[in-house]
Ligand binder design. Structure first.
Ligand code: HEC
Length: 112
């Protein structure tokens, strides 16, 4: 195989990975879950409410290799967080035990 063909093949692979990664997020399912879990009581996609917006969360984790893992861990086990007004509190773990739904939700948050 010539180097040129090898590079082209590698390029196609990367492209396919990137497009499937973003295509995997089911926004409708994520939004329904956010509603059902009452995340919107404290979070908005755009605006800071009691907690930071999902946009700000996405910005905070953008480009961090462990971002998805960190959010997933926080959401599945809960943990101490600091609210926008500075008070510390325990973040509830997400109610669903559906790992696929959580993964989809984390992907959705990170792509805001
Ligand atoms: C009772 C209020 C409240 C509810 C309900 C709530 N959160 Fe939070 N959340 C917070 C606070 C407070 C923080 C930490 C400070 C911040 O990011 O503004 C936070 C932080 C986060 C973070 C960022 C963690 C980090 O490392 O920066 C994510 C992601 C998150 N919440 C997702 C969710 C999801 C998904 C739900 C629904 C399952 C949810 N939250 C429900 C209050 C809440």
């Amino acid at each position: 195989m010539s180097i040129r063909i090898a590079l082209a093949a590698a390029g196609i692979c990367v492209f396919a990975m990137v497009t499937t990664a973003s295509a995997q997020v089911d926004a409708g399912a994520a939004e329904a879950l956010v509603k059902a879990e009452k995340c919107t009581k404290c979070h908005d996609v755009e605006k800071t409410k009691k907690a930071t917006s999902f946009k700000a969360v996405a910005a905070k984790y953008k480009g961090k290799a462990d971002g998805e893992a960190a959010i997933t861990k926080m959401l599945t086990t809960g943990g101490k967080v600091k609210a926008a007004d500075g008070t510390e509190e325990e973040h509830d773990a997400i109610g669903t035990k559906d790992a696929k739904a959580v993964k989809n939700l984390v992907g959705w948050i990170l792509s805001r």
